[in-house]
Design a protein around this ligand. Structure first.
Ligand code: SR1
Ligand code: MG
Length: 421
C-alpha cells in the first residue's frame, strides 16, 4: 500500500478488497464466487468486470500515471473524483444516458458501476458496419441536455459557480486536451506519430498559418469559455451500444467549457469513421450505404441537439442568462427566438471548429483511433487518413461559411471521394 493508502487493484486482490462493500456484494453475490477480468483498453485506467452468482459490475480504477505511456507520465488519481461527479450530474440532467454508479472510493480512485450487458464500444461496431436505430437522436439530446442544464441558462448562479470551481481543479486532464488536441498536431511534438506516407500532407498542414491560427482560436474558446459542464472526451470510444440502446461512459475529462466542444468532438469521430470505411468494408455498395448511414447519424446528432436545446430554452430557461423578465414577460417572443437562434449559430460554429481539430489530432498526435490504426494496408490507411486531414482543415477553416448540415455533408462527400497522396 502507498503512503496515501491507494493501491492498484488486480484480479487476484479485488475480491478481498471489495468483498465487504455492501453495494458491490448486493449486486454480484458472495465474493468467494467472484470471477474478475481486467478489460481496460483505454489510454488511462484499469477496468475490471466482476461477475458472480447475483450479477456483474464494472470496477474502474485510475492509475497514478497515463497507462498508454507508462509511469514516466504521472497523472493524478483525482480524475476518478471528477468522473464520479460528472456521472452523477449527467444522470440527473439526462436520466438513463450513463451507467448507474453503485459505489465510489476517493482514496482508491475507483468507481463501481453498472455492467452494460452485451454492449460494445461504438467504435468497434462502426468498424463492423453495424447500424443502430435512434443513435444520433440519443447523442444529440445527451449533448443538449447536459450542455443546457449545466449552464447559466438553467442552473441558479450559485450552483453553477460552485460547480465551475469544483471542476476547475481537473487541471491535468484539461492540460492533456489543451496540448494533445489543440497544439501538438501542428508541430513535431515529441509524442506525435503518423503514418509515414502522410508526410507531404503533414508538412503542408504544419506550414498552414491559417490552420494554426484557427486551432489556437479554438484552444482559446476551449480554455476561456466556461459555458457548461462538458463530458470532455466524447468520442465513439466513450459510447457503448447494443442494438438500439446506447450509453455514454468515461467523463473523467469533465470540465467547464464551450457548448460546442462535446458535440464537435463527437461528430469528428463519426466523420473519421466515414473516412476509414475503405479499410473495413471492401464492398463498394455496402460501404457507400454505410457511409450514408454515418452521415444520417451526424444529421440526427445536430438536429436532436438543436431541437432539444430549443425545447429546453422554451421550458427550462431559469438561469441568469436571457431571463424571461426581458423577453416573455414583455411579450417579446421574437426577442427570445432571436437570442436562441444566435446561441445555436454560435454553438454550430464552435462545433465545426472543434470537429476539424479533433480529426487532426487523432491522425497526427499521440492518441489515435482504432478505425485508422487497424487498417493494416499502410497505403490504404494513409489514403483514408489524408482525407481525414483535408476534411478536418476544411471544416475548421470553413466554420463561419458552412451554414448548415447539407453543406457540411456535401463537403464530406466531395472531400472523401478524392485522393491526396
Ligand atoms: C494521454 S491521454 C490521450 C487521450 O486519451 C483520452 O481518451 C483522451 O482522448 C486523451 O486526449
Ligand atoms: Mg476515456
Amino acid at each position: 500500500m502507498s503512503e496515501t493508502g491507494y493501491t492498484p487493484l488486480d484480479p487476484q486482490t479485488l475480491p478481498h478488497r471489495l468483498g465487504k462493500v455492501s453495494a458491490v456484494v448486493e449486486r454480484v453475490g458472495d465474493p468467494s464466487g467472484w470471477n474478475v477480468r481486467e478489460i481496460g483498453d483505454g489510454n488511462l485506467n484499469l477496468v475490471f468486470v466482476v461477475s458472480g452468482a447475483a450479477g456483474q459490475v464494472i470496477v474502474k480504477q485510475a492509475l497514478p500515471y497515463v497507462r498508454l505511456v507508462g509511469e514516466s507520465w504521472p497523472l493524478p488519481l483525482k480524475r476518478a473524483f471528477f468522473e464520479h461527479n460528472a456521472l452523477s450530474r449527467q444522470a440527473a440532467r439526462d436520466p438513463g444516458s450513463v451507467p448507474e454508479v453503485y459505489y465510489f472510493n476517493d482514496t482508491q480512485a475507483l468507481v463501481v458501476m453498472e455492467y452494460l450487458t452485451d454492449h460494445v464500444i461504438l467504435r468497434q461496431s462502426l468498424m463492423k458496419g453495424e447500424m443502430h436505430e435512434g443513435l444520433g437522436g440519443f447523442l444529440g439530446r445527451f449533448c443538449a441536455r447536459t450542455a443546457f442544464r449545466g449552464s447559466d441558462l438553467h442552473l441558479n448562479a450559485a450552483t453553477r459557480k460552485r460547480d465551475l470551481a469544483l471542476f476547475a481543479d481537473n487541471i491535468e486532464l484539461c492540460d492533456i486536451t489543451e496540448n494533445l488536441v489543440f497544439s501538438d498536431p501542428y508541430f513535431a511534438a515529441e509524442m506525435n506519430r503518423h503514418t509515414p506516407a502522410l508526410d507531404p500532407v503533414v508538412t503542408a498542414l504544419r506550414a498552414d498559418r491559417d490552420m494554426k491560427v484557427a486551432a489556437q482560436h479554438m484552444k482559446a474558446r476551449f480554455a476561456n469559455n466556461a459555458e457548461t459542464l462538458l463530458h470532455g472526451d466524447l468520442h465513439t470510444g466513450s459510447i457503448m451500444v447494443k442494438d438500439d440502446m446506447a450509453r455514454v461512459i468515461d467523463p473523467e475529462f469533465a470540465t467547464y467549457g464551450p457548448m460546442g466542444f462535446d458535440i464537435g468532438m463527437l461528430i469528428a469521430n463519426f466523420l473519421m469513421a466515414h473516412c476509414a470505411q475503405p479499410g473495413h468494408l471492401p464492398d463498394q455498395a455496402q460501404r457507400a450505404a454505410y457511409q450514408d448511414w454515418i452521415l444520417d447519424v451526424v444529421t440526427d446528432i445536430w438536429s436532436g441537439f438543436a431541437q432539444e436545446f430549443t425545447n429546453l430554452w422554451r421550458t427550462e430557461r431559469t438561469g441568469i442568462l436571457y431571463q424571461a423578465t426581458l423577453f416573455e414577460d414583455q411579450n417579446d417572443a421574437l426577442g427570445t427566438e432571436q437570442a436562441r437562434i444566435d446561441r445555436l449559430c454560435a454553438i454550430w460554429q464552435d462545433m465545426l471548429g472543434f470537429c476539424g481539430i479533433e480529426m487532426h489530432r487523432r491522425i497526427l498526435g499521440l492518441a489515435h483511433i482504432a478505425e485508422f490504426d487497424q487498417i493494416t494496408d499502410e497505403a490504404l490507411r494513409a489514403q483514408c487518413e489524408a482525407r481525414g486531414l483535408v476534411l478536418g482543415r476544411a471544416v475548421t477553416i470553413g466554420r463561419s461559411t458552412i451554414r448548415d448540415m447539407d453543406t457540411l455533408k456535401d463537403l464530406v462527400r466531395i472531400t472523401t471521394e478524392r485522393d491526396y497522396l
